[in-house]
Ligand binder design. Structure first.
Ligand SMILES: [Zn+2]
Length: 283
């Protein structure tokens, strides 16, 4: 490859300070005090286990909390979220990243796809919030990875592995909806990597993972802003400290728990409307 010599003002161009693409000061702010009060007094209404190298689903009514628990050992989960009544409205990892950054924690929101583009869920508690950003630039709960899948595996290694998160999510969604596998697969989307510790290397800009700091007892808690279908895969990478897309790594189950608050605590909260853009696109 022939590269141009740097221009005489290269240093000055590099020295330009960055500008935040999407300043979030004008975003509708979640009422964290209301959520905090609501989460003090909750009743469990449903709970499912996600077995290792497989996925499971749960429906979370709007106004309820979803807790994703680490149990028995460090384990990463790949989460898909859908509007429970319309699978075409689903979690939009890329826009969530553009608005909140590469990793999410308490106070951040999980946004849905166009044209709705509204908060599907608000993160109300994160027992790993203490982790912050480590010396490698790594942090927890990323919206930069996509999900492990058999296609990339075949590209890189030539081998087929059937229990990647993409396939696990596909089977679980097919089970819930009675769709066939290929129809269900079309709805599987880029995930929230729950408990996964990732970043980009500073020297080459490559996506990296490292052993998750999650331990049994840790959980990530979301408040459902709309009726949600949550589908979670217990990644074959386990804590994702070494590799994924294989049966080599020790894996553990995850649990999803739905909690109902006292409705009186939600006075003042309402489910967000779909985005108000008229979709005329200049015509
Ligand atoms: Zn995975």
């Amino acid at each position: 490859m022939i590269e141009n010599d740097p221009p005489s003002d290269a240093a000055a161009r590099r020295a330009i300070a960055p500008v935040i693409c999407y300043p979030t000061a004008t975003l509708p702010q979640p009422d964290m005090a209301l959520y905090d009060a609501a989460r003090q007094d909750v009743q469990e209404t449903a709970r499912v286990t996600v077995t290792p190298r497989d996925a499971n689903y749960i429906v979370v009514p709007a106004g309820h909390f979803l807790r994703i628990h680490s149990v028995h050992g460090p384990q990463v989960g790949d989460l898909n979220l859908f509007n429970a009544h319309d699978l075409s409205e689903r979690f939009y990892s890329g826009k969530t990243r553009a608005l909140h950054g590469t990793h999410v924690t308490t106070g951040d929101r999980l946004w849905s796809s166009f044209p709705a583009l509204r908060p599907m869920a608000t993160i109300t508690h994160d027992t790993l919030g203490w982790y912050g950003i480590d010396q490698y630039g790594g942090s927890v709960h990323d919206v930069i990875g996509t999900r492990c899948d058999p296609y990339t595996g075949r590209l890189l290694s030539g081998a087929d592995y059937h229990h990647c998160c993409h396939s696990n999510l596909t089977r679980a969604l097919a089970d819930h909806t009675d769709m066939d596998l290929h129809d269900a697969e079309a709805h599987v989307h880029d995930v929230l990597n729950v408990f996964m510790c990732t970043g980009f290397t500073r020297d080459t800009g490559q996506y990296f993972m490292k052993a998750s700091p999650v331990r049994p007892g840790d959980y990530l808690e979301l408040f459902a802003e709309i009726d949600l279908l949550a589908v979670l895969s217990a990644c074959p990478g386990g804590d994702c400290g070494a590799e994924h897309s294989s049966d080599v790594t020790q894996c553990y189950p995850l649990e999803m728990q739905v909690l109902a608050p006292d409705p009186a605590r939600l006075l003042g909260w309402s489910s967000p409307q779909a985005n108000g853009y008229d979709r005329s696109h200049g015509r």
